[in-house]
Design a protein around this ligand. Sequence first.
Ligand SMILES: *Cc1c(COP(=O)(O)O)cnc(C)c1O
Length: 394
Amino acid sequence: MIPSVLPTYNRTPLTFVKGDGAWLTEADGRRFLDLTAGIAVNALGHAHPALVKALTDQAQALWHTSNLYRIPQQEALADALVGATFADTVFFTNSGTESCELAVKMARKYWFDKGQPDRTDIITFDGSFHGRSAAGIAAAGSEKMTKGFAPLLPGFTHLAWGDHDALHAAVTTTTAAILIEPVQGEGGIRPLPDACLKGLRALCDETGALLILDEVQCGMGRTGRLFAHEFAGITPDIMMVAKGIGGGFPLGAVLATENAASGMTAGTHGSTYGGNPLGCAVGLEVMRHIVDPAFLAEVTRKSAAFRQSIEGVVGQHPDVFDHVRGTGLMLGLKCKVPAGDVVAAATAQNLLTVPAADNVVRLLPPLTITDSDLAEATERLHAAATAVAAHEPA
Ligand SMILES: *Cc1c(COP(=O)(O)O)cnc(C)c1O
């Protein structure tokens, strides 16, 4: 008999009942060190007092009005995002996949309004992940997500990662936009080299194609910059945001330049919940913390130290790990043994990690994690690797 919850997930049989900083408490009382942060969502950790206050204060006042009316919390969060980024304007969604939907619509409408309605193609890359909506799965294109869901939304061209010749050949007079994650998350923590991001920007400038960056996972301070593209010194035309921006409240956004957003006039897009007072009150509080240069400097400092110590663990377990990759507090352990075995062994040490494609274990702690919690995580990872090495055939 089908369970009452549609069985689309392979869940680990753990039930968490309380969170505090980087720690989760299981129903049986065990405490787990959380390097998943709800998959890069709980940027300020669990039950951050300032977020609890922002949420509960707003909950006492007003939850939801719909976008029929002005929403001061939404305007304040949009102002904060515009003030801190390339963007001139922001639309609020409830998730990353909804941000993907709008990014695709915005790019197509842009060219439609420019009198080039055939310019509808979106170029995307292998190993990417853009969400589970019709546009999201068509954009990523992997068989794992698309099989059985045909007909797929047309107009997506998938290219191999790093194939420059194919890229230059693929951008034609029907290309609306190039869509890419500056650091692939689900794809296995693959950072796009700064030179490639610069090259993509130059190619877009040359051809007019819009550059859409998916910073749903790598944005909001995860890399030590507010957004990952800042390292390359370029800016996109459109950017998808979600996950960390709500700190655990479902919130997403599409940021855009005035030019890229020019087709999105009144009536062309909408959302019942997107940008509601409750979500935006929380998002504004998250934003206040993360834009602080001192906060971002701490992410960079902690991540450098953590990376060095996990490089040490990897060096001590050459049969288990291949190498460390990633940037900031978005790190991946490329494994020689099945990554799932490492995740399971870490879980047995009460250390939570996230598997990704390409046989990688992701480490995505809350950005607020302390030095001592990172030291504890390193020790548990070492213990997990020791256990894995003892069980794997040589
Ligand atoms: C998680 C993710 C999405 C989808 O976000 P949802 O909130 O799950 O819809 C899209 N793009 C990237 C890069 C992501 O990591």
